[in-house]
Design a protein around this ligand. Structure first.
Ligand SMILES: Cc1ncc(COP(=O)(O)O)c(C=O)c1O
Length: 372
């Protein structure tokens, strides 16, 4: 029966308990007084390199058709993703960014009082996913190499655990897991738990020699999905498009039941398809990112920082000066980076890789900031 008690207010209790929302800062929020168009954006793990010219052309063509709703079944894109991944098209769910899928999986898996096991530090979206559903986040510190501590996470699982996020490569520490580890982890979970393998940086991981886990996951009993995105290696963060590769028809059907019908625009679908097909462009983004990542790691190490050995388009590092000071002083010099907010990691900054010019500017500015 519906709850008609007068104490029931809007919004519902778990939402009332949430902190006021905050948004990731962009150049517009900078207090440096510098022309926002001149500020280097090295704080949000975006690609500094634009999408494939073929994706841009496809999006320009698609924009002339936006009088019609988009394909609610994302058929062209899921067919291409299916051919690429070996996952059946009906098990591929496209989202308005993988962030939308993170929100959806919380709605699918969690009730009040449930637990969500995550690595820490990790993507802030997981804690929001837990909180909006009244669930409790159970953070497990990453290993020394910045990869999720799968043994520690398995120990943290209780009968209340309904959802686990395994980010590999992990943001912000950049460590990744082997297939053997991912499969061992999946086999160690109770089948009442949903496993999300967050592969937002999958392409960067592969470019650094990481393994493809999908085939080996085919036989595991726990429900699972791997989330990927066009925001990173494809340079399309502003289009908002990501996807879930689901381990079973049942997992995919659950997403289908709750999603909004026209959740991904015609322009985003067309752009993603063209971007996926332009492998040379993606490879070039990945290679340029690798070069700048290695330059930044070497440069900041020389300046006295202690970076995690990242494979992503970002580097988390312990700094000899308080991160708040480092971030503020870099911003005064026109460079935005971020700091880690997770308990136990308050001595760390995170730098997103940029262009070669961004690396030069960052290292010169950081040398000044740390010398002062
Ligand atoms: C680990 C991880 N997962 C998911 C996302 C969300 O990506 P998007 O919503 O742009 O696909 C991000 C973005 O930074 C991320 O770092």
């Amino acid at each position: 029966m519906a709850d008609t008690s007068p104490s029931r207010t809007f919004p519902k209790a778990p939402i009332q308990a949430l902190p006021a929302p905050g948004w990731p800062p962009t150049q517009r929020d900078s207090k440096s007084g510098i022309d926002p168009t001149k500020i280097r954006r090295m704080n949000l793990n975006e690609s500094p390199f634009p999408p494939s010219p073929k994706a841009v052309a496809a999006m320009q063509e698609a924009v002339t058709r936006v009088n019609y709703y988009p394909d609610p079944q994302w058929r062209d894109l899921t067919a291409a993703l299916s051919a690429r991944t070996g996952i059946a098209a009906n098990r591929i769910i496209v989202g308005h960014g993988s962030d939308e899928l993170i929100v959806q999986i919380g709605r699918l898996a969690l009730s009040e009082g449930d637990e969500v096991v995550v690595p820490t530090p990790s993507f802030p979206g997981y804690s929001k996913c837990a909180a909006v559903n009244g669930a409790k986040l159970v953070p497990v510190p990453v290993r020394q190499d910045g990869s999720p501590d799968i043994d520690g996470m398995l120990e943290a699982v209780t009968p209340r655990t309904r959802l686990v996020f395994l980010a590999t490569p992990n943001n912000p520490t950049g460590g990744m897991l082997t297939t053997e580890e991912v499969v061992r982890f999946a086999r160690g979970l109770p089948t009442t738990t949903m496993l999300v393998i967050d592969e937002a940086y999958y392409e960067h991981g592969r470019h650094a020699g990481g393994e493809e886990h999908l085939a080996a996951l085919a036989g595991v009993a726990v429900p699972w999905a791997a989330f990927r995105t066009f925001s990173k290696a494809y340079g399309m963060a502003g289009m908002r498009i990501g996807y879930a590769l689901c381990g079973s028809d049942a997992v995919a059907e659950a997403f289908q039941k709750i999603r909004s019908v026209f959740n991904v625009s015609t322009v985003a679908q067309a752009g993603a398809l063209a971007a996926l097909q332009d492998e040379d462009h993606t490879r070039s983004i990945l290679e340029r990112t690798r070069i700048e990542r290695e330059r930044i790691i070497a440069g900041i190490t020389r300046l006295g920082c202690e970076p995690f050995p990242s494979v992503g388009n970002f580097i988390a590092a312990k700094t000899p000066k308080p991160p708040a000071t480092v971030c503020a002083e870099l911003e005064d010099r026109g460079i935005m980076i971020s700091r880690l907010m997770a308990p136990g990691f308050d001595g760390y900054i995170r730098i997103t890789t940029g262009t070669a010019d961004d690396t030069d500017a960052l290292l010169a500015a950081l040398a000044e900031v740390l010398a002062a």
